[in-house]
Write a protein that binds this ligand. Structure first.
Ligand SMILES: [Zn+2]
Length: 197
């Protein structure tokens, strides 16, 4: 059930970073929630001595519930989609929980989620243009534009044979079309089959 149907096994590097950031944020949020409940628990215990226990106790339960609902929601809406490759779906919830964490003075988790949100944006772009070698991938930045405008060459004597013969064009063994040389990788690439030949 993981991943999209037919999705390549390629995981963008930014997605791995975002996944780690969200997980560390969750751990910080858990520690923060436990510490907060411990402090509030002591306050509730002391308040019992002066007879205002009930109000503090209700507040204590509500804060505790909210904290664990938050943890559950971040796990479900942010961490799980990233693990399953649904980076776009995880972006908005991650931003919302980043803001909520910052508002509730959980600065470390908030900053972690905020960076994770930015990284998820990068991951979406990386997913759309996987590097060459992966299924569905095309060479990065299209180093060789097929119909790039050639600089206007000065008038040359016609039919002057080149002293050194140009290298023989490499033909894709799969489809028979001429392959394009990618200097960046020093290999020939077939745009039709989207693979190196
Ligand atoms: Zn081909």
């Amino acid at each position: 059930m993981y991943g999209q149907p037919g999705a390549p096994s390629y995981v963008p590097p930014s997605a791995s970073t975002a996944k780690t950031l969200i997980l560390v944020g969750l751990i910080f949020q858990l520690i923060f929630a436990i510490l907060f409940l411990l402090v509030l628990g002591v306050i509730a215990f002391l308040a019992a001595a002066v007879g205002v226990f009930s109000i503090i106790a209700v507040f204590y339960v509500i804060i505790g519930l909210i904290g664990f609902i938050f943890l559950f929601l971040i796990w479900t809406l942010c961490y799980k989609p990233v693990r399953e490759g649904r980076y776009e779906a995880a972006r908005t919830p991650t931003l919302i929980f980043a803001i909520l964490s910052l508002i509730t003075v959980n600065i470390i988790a908030g900053v972690l989620y905020l960076v994770a949100y930015v990284k998820l944006g990068d991951a979406v772009r990386e997913q759309q243009t996987p590097p060459p070698g992966y299924p569905g991938g095309a060479p990065m930045m299209s180093p060789v534009a097929p119909y790039a405008a050639q600089p206007a060459a000065p008038m040359q004597p016609p039919a002057a044979p080149a002293p050194a013969a140009a290298p023989a064009p490499v033909v894709c063994p799969k489809c028979g079309r001429p392959a394009t040389f990618i200097p960046q990788y020093n290999r020939y690439y077939c745009y039709t089959d989207q693979q190196y030949v």
